[in-house]
Ligand binder design. Structure first.
Ligand code: SAH
Length: 242
């Protein structure tokens, strides 16, 4: 099955862009995923092809018009999840990426200027998604990020099928630190355990490093990870027996 991506944008020339090279590009050429773009401006109805207007209530910038956006989205349809890029959306997670990658594909609406008329989200089944707590000038970079994260999970796109399993966020933790040759570089040695050949020790070291680094670098992730452990059925039983 081909993962079908449709991007609704004022700048279709930005696609596939960086997704046309390396693993994603090869996957596209091999038909493991497909890409369509929809020019939002094609759904403008006046002779100036207007897609935006001034914000109700005043303020800087321009807002994308709901009638034009809805017509563009309706032309694609809602068989696949329709996402809209906005800093007001739910932060994108590896879990959501995995769900999307397992499905038939995704449509992504890209904003520009001050973003979308809010009524669009009341009138259509469109999921607002953010790629992080910072502001981009347009949704296209966000769409590229989201698609890249999905595409690398598609069957046949990454070399070894298991190479994603240990990765950061897959277990709710950051990945353990990685090393490669030379064994000594600028006087620094690869940790001895990784050169021991003792697979059980290596696995234990990696688990412990993943936990320590997550706790120190991402207390937010660590808290969620620990919370999930305490709330799991086995955790609850343990508590009662104590
Ligand atoms: N005025 C808006 C920001 C508009 S930025 C606000 O403060 O919420 C212009 C467009 O860039 C947005 O419509 C959105 O499509 C995109 N964008 C900006 N930051 C983003 C983010 N963190 N995640 C996803 N899309 C983003």
């Amino acid at each position: 099955m081909t993962f079908a991506a449709t991007v609704l944008t004022l700048y279709p020339e930005m696609f596939p862009g960086p997704l046309g090279i390396s693993l994603a590009g090869r996957g596209l050429a091999e038909g493991r995923w497909s890409l369509d773009t929809v020019q939002i401006r094609d759904f403008a109805t006046d002779k100036h092809r207007t897609v935006d207007d001034t914000p109700a209530g005043g303020g800087a910038g321009m807002v994308l018009k709901p009638d034009i956006l809805a017509a563009a989205c309706d032309s694609v349809g809602y068989d696949r999840p329709m996402l809209a890029m906005t800093p007001r959306g739910a932060p994108l997670t590896q879990q959501r990426v995995r769900e999307l990658a397992a499905g038939p594909g995704v449509s992504i609406l890209c904003g520009r200027f001050e973003g979308f008329d809010e009524r669009l989200f009341e009138a259509r089944a469109i999921e607002p998604v953010s790629i992080g707590d910072y502001v981009l000038s347009g949704g296209e970079m966000g769409a590229l990020v989201l698609l890249d994260a999905c595409i690398r999970l598609l069957p046949g796109v990454m070399g070894a099928p298991s190479s994603g399993d240990d990765e950061s966020f897959e277990s709710g933790l950051l990945e353990y630190p990685q090393y490669t040759r030379p064994v000594i570089w600028e006087g620094r040695t690869i940790p001895e355990v990784l050169r021991s050949g003792d697979h059980a020790r290596i696995a234990a070291w990696r688990k412990s490093m993943a936990e320590t680094d997550t706790r120190l670098r991402r207390p937010d992730l660590w808290e969620r990870h620990e919370g999930a452990r305490v709330q799991s059925p086995s955790g609850a039983r343990q508590k009662k027996d104590e």
